[in-house]
Design a protein around this ligand. Sequence first.
Ligand SMILES: [Zn+2]
Length: 454
Amino acid sequence: MLEDPGGGAARREGDSFKAELWSSCRGWRKMKLHCEVEVVSRHLPALGMRNRGKGTRAVLSLCQQTPGSRPQPRAGGERGGPLPTCLVICTLRDKRGTRYELKENIEQFFTKFMDEGKATVRLKEPPVDICLSKANSSSLKSFLSAVRLAHRGCNIEVPLSTFTPVKTSEFEKFKTKMVITSKKDYPLSKNFPYSLEHLQTSYCGLVRVDMRMLCLKNLRKLDLSHNHIKKLPATIGDLIHLQELNLSDNHLESFSVALCQSTLQRSLRSLDLSKNKIKALPVQFCQLRELTDLKLDDNELIRFPFKMGQLTNLRFLSAARNKLPFLPSEFQNLSLEYLDLFGNTFEQPKALPVIMLQTPLTLLESSARAMLYNRIPYGSHIIPFHLCQDLDTAKTCVCGRFCLSCFIQGTTTMNLHSVAHTVVLVDNMGGTEAPIISYFCSLACYVNSCDMLK
Ligand SMILES: [Zn+2]
């Protein structure tokens, strides 16, 4: 039911009008919009009340009376001139809908987030804000331009159709969850409902991500596990609400930089890449800062991104049965609840450090260090691409400064319990220790940290 505390007057008035409306239903022409609606009274804050902040599935229709069936004008109604248009909001509980007059009745449109399928129409009378969300953005645009015309009192050119109460089946288009677990159920000729928030298509033999899925702008959960996907399109990053992505048991060999730098940075919380063929994740992977759950089991990982410590929200990490020889020193900055690194090929820490120091520093090394230390922005539009890559993969010394190719590399061991509450044993011998690799920008830093390396 549409809660509309401020619109009581309109509803009472609307009831008698609705009777007229249904008696002459064939004479109405309309256009429709499927979305979520919340009608918020602007009186609510004054009464110390708040709206629920949650929309209701609704079908919005723009109704215009055709001349043949025009009911007697109500008091104050105009005779002749362009036909009055009104907005009818029908919900599952209120299939006949609530009517709002539009002519010269709109105070303001809020359309900043129209591309995300959101907009608000502020009416003068009753004093309500009609908040629309989860609409198809192009349908929303054309619907609102029709609303604008109705406000100006213009005739709207829309296809004629009979006006009947909205059927329950109309609301089925609002399906939010779809689970397909076999090839024969996979929709080939029919589109996915655009309102889907959770889509699973497993065991469908997909070799690539279906482009139709990438139009589902409301998707929060996408499960493509158990397919044969080799590559991910960068446009997955256009799914701005995507929180959970399951790609386990596919043929992926990489996770692209473009995806790491997409809107997934703000939305993605859970990522399952287990049972693929990934050898390494790009350093930019650590920009997916909202990640809380990451599964990388059964891949061919030979290293973690060494800025791993930047994933400060990460709580669950499993990378069992990979080929990790050691962990990056930033790994020690993680604060996990669960960690599973069982069955990796961890090496014994080396007794002697690898010394790659050079004095004086090369011009490249000192300028790179200066750029990174001073956080000077860079990109392939300013400097050569290979230099960007070098800067992206610069090593961080324990002192917080950076080094490129001039450093001392030392290995030590860490007990994984220092970064996680629950630790799965790393081997069958009962160990919970793993080798850590550390970098030092100078001899001084190395000497100062020698205690740590013992
Ligand atoms: Zn240092």
